[in-house]
Design a protein around this ligand. Structure first.
Ligand code: ASP
Length: 359
C-alpha cells in the first residue's frame, strides 16, 4: 500500500475527526433529521437510522418503501430490508416479507434475537408475528389504483388484455378511456397512477449514521421494484450489496436497480475501496464504472436504468454518487441528489455521477 493510503487507512481506523453525520437517499430528509436527533441525544446509531427510516416505511405517500409501497405483479406488497450495527459488527435481514409495515425493525430482530442473518417470505412474517407485530394490508388505495392501471395497460401480441374492454396502448396522458374505466377517480390520482404504470418507479431508503464516538450503523429498506415477479428480491436486503458497514472503515448503501448492484456487490466493494485509501466519492465512482463495464459501457443499454451509491467514511467524509447525472422529466433534467444532516437542518446535496443525460 502506498504511504498516503496507509496514512488514510490509519486515520479512518482511529475515527479521528469526531463528526456526527447522517446521510441517506434523497427521500430521507426527514429520516436524516430524526436519526440525527437520536444521535445527538446519545442514542445508538442503529436506533437512530431505524427511527429515521420508520418515517418512510409508515408513510402511505412514499410508494417505494413499507406501507403504501407499490406491489408485485399480483398486487401484493413485498418488502425487503437489512440492518448493520457497526459497534457489534452484526447484521440482520428480511426479504419478501408481506403484511408488516416496518421491515427494518424485523431485520433488527433477526440480528438480535436469532442465530441467523436472513429470513424470507412466509417465515419472516411468522417470525415478525411471533414478536407481536400485527399483520396488515400494506396496499393503499393509491397503490392499488396504480397497480390496476398498470395491469390494464398491458397487452398481448394481439393488443388484447383480459382485464379491460379495450384501453389503448400507453399514451402520453391518461386518456378519456382511462377516465371512463376508473370513474370517480380524480384526474390528479389517475395521472399519478398512469405515470407509475408507464415509468415503473424505483425507490428505497438507505440511511447511514456516524456518532461522535466514531460508531456507525446503517439500514436499507424498500418495497423493491414495482410490478416485480412475486418472490423477486433486489439488492436492498443483501448484506454487501444494499448495505455494508465495517466499523474500521465506514459504510455504504445503495438505491436504484438492485440487479446491477448485486452483480458488483456494491456496498461491500465501496467499503473495500475506502479501506484501500479511496475517498468515498472515488470509491463510489469506481463501483459505478464496474456497473457500466458489465454492459460493455454501452450507454444505450445503461440509459434504461439508474443506480445510486452512498458512502460515509469513519472520519465523517461522505459522498452520494449515481450512474447518471439525473432524470429527464418534461424535458427538464432533475439532478440526482442525496440527503445529509450534520447536526442542523437536513439538506439535499448533488450526487457525483459517471454519465450525463442531456435535457
Ligand atoms: N434497490 C431496490 C431494489 O432493487 C429498488 C430501488 O432502490 O429503487 O429492490
Amino acid at each position: 500500500m502506498a504511504g498516503t493510503a496507509v496514512a488514510a487507512a490509519a486515520q479512518q481506523a482511529s475515527g479521528a475527526g469526531g463528526k456526527q453525520i447522517v446521510i441517506s437517499s434523497a427521500n430521507g430528509l426527514r429520516a436524516c433529521a430524526k436519526a440525527m436527533e437520536v444521535v445527538k441525544g446519545g442514542g445508538d446509531t442503529l436506533d437512530a437510522v431505524i427511527a429515521g427510516v420508520n418515517i418512510n416505511e409508515e408513510d402511505p405517500d412514499d410508494d417505494s418503501v413499507g406501507y403504501g409501497g407499490l406491489p408485485n405483479e399480483e398486487g401484493v406488497v413485498e418488502l425487503d430490508a437489512c440492518v448493520m450495527h457497526g459497534p457489534t459488527r452484526r447484521a440482520g435481514s428480511v426479504a419478501s416479507i408481506r403484511g408488516i409495515k416496518t421491515p427494518s425493525k424485523i431485520a433488527r430482530l433477526v440480528m438480535e434475537q436469532t442465530d441467523h442473518i436472513m429470513i424470507v417470505g412466509e417465515g419472516a412474517l411468522r417470525f415478525a408475528k411471533a414478536y407481536g407485530f400485527r399483520e396488515e394490508n400494506l396496499l393503499t388505495e393509491k397503490s392499488r389504483l396504480a397497480w390496476m392501471v398498470w395491469k390494464r395497460s398491458l397487452r398481448d401480441a394481439g393488443g388484447h388484455n383480459n382485464w379491460t374492454d379495450g384501453l389503448d396502448a400507453p399514451a402520453k396522458k391518461p386518456s378519456a378511456e382511462l377516465q371512463r374505466m376508473f370513474p370517480g377517480v380524480s384526474e390528479e390520482l389517475l395521472a399519478y397512477a398512469w405515470d407509475r404504470a408507464v415509468h415503473p418507479p424505483t425507490g428505497t431508503i438507505n440511511c447511514l449514521a456516524l456518532n461522535l464516538k466514531g460508531e456507525m450503523s446503517g439500514t436499507t429498506t424498500t418495497s423493491g421494484l414495482a410490478w416485480k415477479i412475486p418472490g423477486r428480491v433486489g439488492d436492498s436486503p443483501i448484506i454487501g450489496a444494499g448495505l455494508y458497514v465495517d466499523p474500521d472503515v465506514g459504510g455504504a448503501g445503495s438505491t436504484g436497480r438492485g440487479e446491477e448492484n448485486i452483480r458488483v456487490a456494491g456496498a461491500h466493494s465501496i467499503v473495500e475501496n475506502m479501506r484501500h485509501g479511496m475517498s468515498p466519492k472515488d470509491a463510489c465512482l469506481d463501483v459505478l464504472k464496474r456497473v457500466a463495464r458489465n454492459y460493455d459501457n454501452d450507454n444505450a443499454r445503461l440509459s434504461k436504468f439508474d443506480i445510486n451509491f452512498y458512502a460515509l467514511r469513519k472520519d465523517g467524509e461522505y459522498a452520494g454518487a449515481s450512474l447518471w447525472n439525473g432524470r429527464i422529466r418534461s424535458g427538464q433534467l432533475r439532478p440526482s441528489t442525496f440527503a445529509v444532516n450534520d447536526g442542523g437542518k437536513s439538506r439535499l446535496e448533488k450526487c457525483v455521477y459517471l454519465l450525463e443525460r442531456k435535457a
